[in-house]
Design a protein around this ligand. Structure first.
Ligand code: GLA
Length: 390
């Protein structure tokens, strides 16, 4: 892709300033949205994400020694470490180092490298900026050191990097969407088999609008891991009666009612949300095939209700934003998106009504939550790719 936007120009220039030579390669890897299918990837369900027009860019070159020198344009910070001494850090560098660590652990021969990083994916907004960094890094290093790794394996490496170096036991959706995104399409991904299908996302006169709560509650990664373990506990309760069951994908509401409800209400609620969400996605895909975005939008509202009341991963700010649009005829669907506890809501809004809606919501949000609202209109873009630059 030929692209010379401001962020690319910036990362190219900063790379030159920092390392006193030209980058060998620039890679772009996007953030993602997810239309429906939340908290189901690690339960082997289906998701419906897409890559967006906000991305992370990395510029890289090989070094002659075995050092890794990193520079974040955003943080105006350097990080240096020897290839042999890589370990997790509490900084932005951990996502890059996690990928290098995975490559080494899998026996790939990487040497020292310089890397500069910049992007316009808002951090902590639930748009998967960390997955975008990991995908950009693995794609760039694969190219730079000619490792011959295919895209699906790169996705797995990026996911493992997140799990090991940032401690969030995430599913595969974010990295998959960033890597495999396709312009104007959503991806129906079966997280059990990793089979996937691109579906045109046609929104006649409507747009995807992301409303950023501008909060990131600090509990998010421990609460995420806790949800994952609660789902596993639910599966174990059913598996005691049905040996063939391996995940919530294999479990029906009848099984939950019989074997989980009498034991633990919280675990039952978590599992119920996931089982319902897997079904909601499947019927939502039929709506999409029929061009019935209004019906799909209704399911998004139902997803939010479940995330908020049963899965308990929403927060008052996201609840307020969804509640504020639920009776608005210009909004077909809205819900919190991603891991939860802050971040963005995703809304399908009539294009002509966006400005007025955002203005109205910004005033109300400030008044009720005491916070600024940020809004982004999102277009669906291609996934991870090398950028040509001159
Ligand atoms: C985060 C995780 C994903 C997924 C979502 C919830 O974004 O990284 O793997 O579980 O939360 O759907």
């Amino acid at each position: 892709m030929k692209l010379m936007n401001k962020v690319v120009k910036n990362v190219v220039e900063k790379f030159n300033d920092e390392f006193s030579h030209k980058a060998a390669l620039i890679v772009r890897s996007p953030g993602r949205v997810n239309i429906i299918g939340e908290h189901v990837d690690y339960n082997e369900g289906f998701v419906l994400p897409a890559a967006i027009d906000k991305a992370i860019y990395v510029a890289v070159s090989k070094r002659t020694d075995r050092q890794i020198h990193l520079y974040s344009v955003d943080f105006k910070e350097k990080y240096e470490v020897a290839v042999a001494d890589i370990e997790p850090t509490k900084t932005w560098a951990t996502y890059i180092l996690g990928v290098a660590d995975q490559l080494i652990k899998r026996g790939h021969n990487i040497g020292g490298f310089n890397l500069a990083l910049d992007g316009d994916v808002p951090i902590g907004a639930g748009l998967s900026s960390s997955a975008a960094v990991e995908c950009a890094t693995v794609f760039a290093l694969n190219n730079l050191f000619e490792l011959g790794i295919d895209k699906m394996e790169m996705v797995r490496i990026a996911q493992k990097a997140e799990q090991t170096f940032s401690g969030v036991m995430c599913g595969i959706m974010d990295m998959f969407a960033s890597m495999f995104g396709k312009k104007d399409h959503v991806i129906k991904l079966d997280c059990k088999t990793l089979e996937y299908e691109y579906k045109p996302f046609v929104l006649d006169g409507y747009k995807i609008v992301l409303l950023n709560t501008n909060v990131e509650h600090s509990l998010s990664s421990s609460a995420y891991n806790e949800r994952r373990s609660q789902c596993e506990q639910g599966v174990a309760l059913v598996k005691a009666h049905y040996a063939e069951v391996n995940s919530l994908r294999d479990i029906s509401m009848e099984m939950l009612d019989k074997y989980v409800a009498p034991i633990d209400t919280i675990i039952y609620n978590r599992c119920r949300f996931v089982v319902e969400e897997i079904q909601r996605l499947l019927t939502g895909c039929v709506d999409l095939e029929n061009g019935d975005i209004a019906a799909l939008g209704k399911k998004m509202f139902a997803t939010h209700e479940g995330l908020s009341k049963l899965y308990e991963v929403s927060c008052k700010e996201a609840d307020w934003l969804v509640d504020a649009v639920k009776d608005d005829t210009d909004v077909l669907g809205a819900r919190m998106m991603g891991g939860g506890f802050g971040g963005c809501t995703i809304n399908i809004v009539k294009a002509a009504a966006i400005d007025e809606l955002v203005e109205k919501l910004s005033i109300g949000y400030k008044e009720k939550m005491g916070l600024e609202l940020s809004a982004y209109i999102s277009n669906i873009e291609n996934g991870t790719e090398v950028i040509e630059f001159s």
